[in-house]
Ligand binder design. Structure first.
Ligand code: GLP
Length: 247
């Protein structure tokens, strides 16, 4: 695992966008896993700039998003479908058939089939070349909350109270936040050839320390699922100074 500490979020974004941009330039088909949250926004901004100013085309890019809240329509302002269109897809030339964002609107009994089909589509696309992920304050990747393991595949999950509290501001309070979500499993993420984890800001400093340096957490990774990334041979972590401040 390689850890890079940048000055701030925009430097993190430019490193990550360079890596993604290079993969897109080099490959006939680039297969990416993409996250949501405030952390990747500057990276998406940089990719959009590269598309507009440096002719970075998304025509041969296949993307699979990590997760989505259950119960939000795709055009709901807090849905991850809306987020991805707003921050990335409406600004670039990605082909709609190559863009996969989990559907949070299905009836419960449809998810088992839906999730295995989503996983099948990743395999059929040739597997994830890069999985870009953030980290939640519970140590979650996507919505793989404590209790998750490296064997988990895509599925419906319950959100941790800390995660719900962190999202409460955007939903008018705790009660308004969806309590379940559909997420790629850690097993799915760990199948990617290269995993890039990004974390910025002081509020991530504690969980970043736990993820990178806590020996106890290493003994019990299910309590802080990001720790499972230590099993993977090609992980790059980009932090800004604030997120790295307790290391
Ligand atoms: C949500 C997403 C995660 C993301 C996390 C952190 O829980 N499901 O994929 O990593 O938020 O978000 P932020 O970048 O806003 O701190």
């Amino acid at each position: 695992m390689h850890v890079f500490i940048a000055d701030g979020p925009s430097e993190v974004a430019s490193f990550v966008a360079q890596i993604i941009g290079k993969t897109i330039f080099d490959k006939t088909l680039a297969v990416l896993c993409l996250p949501t949250g405030s952390t990747p926004i500057p990276t998406y901004k940089e990719l959009v700039r590269m598309h507009k100013e440096e002719k970075l085309s998304f025509a041969n890019v296949v993307t699979f998003n990590l997760d989505e809240y259950i119960g939000l329509d795709k055009d709901h302002k807090e849905s991850y479908n809306y987020f991805m269109n707003h921050h990335l897809y409406q600004h670039v030339d990605a082909k709609p058939e190559n863009v996969h964002i989990p559907d949070g609107t299905l009836p419960n009994d449809k998810y088992e089939e839906y999730c295995s089909n989503y996983e099948k589509q990743i395999v059929e696309a040739g597997g994830l070349q890069i999985a870009l992920v953030g980290i939640g304050r519970t140590g979650h990747i996507g919505f793989n909350e404590p209790g998750s393991t490296d064997k988990d595949r895509m599925r419906v999950v319950h959100l941790h109270d800390v995660t719900i509290k962190d999202a409460a501001g955007s939903f008018g309070g705790f009660e308004g936040v969806p309590k379940t979500a559909v997420t790629m499993g850690l097993g799915t993420v760990l199948d990617a050839k290269h995993i890039i984890l990004i974390a910025t800001g002081k509020n991530k400093a504690e969980i970043v320390k736990k993820f990178l340096e806590d020996e106890e957490a290493r003994k019990s990774p299910t309590d802080c699922p990001a720790v499972y990334l230590h099993e993977h041979e090609h992980v790059t972590v980009f932090l800004d100074k604030d997120a790295a401040s307790l290391l």
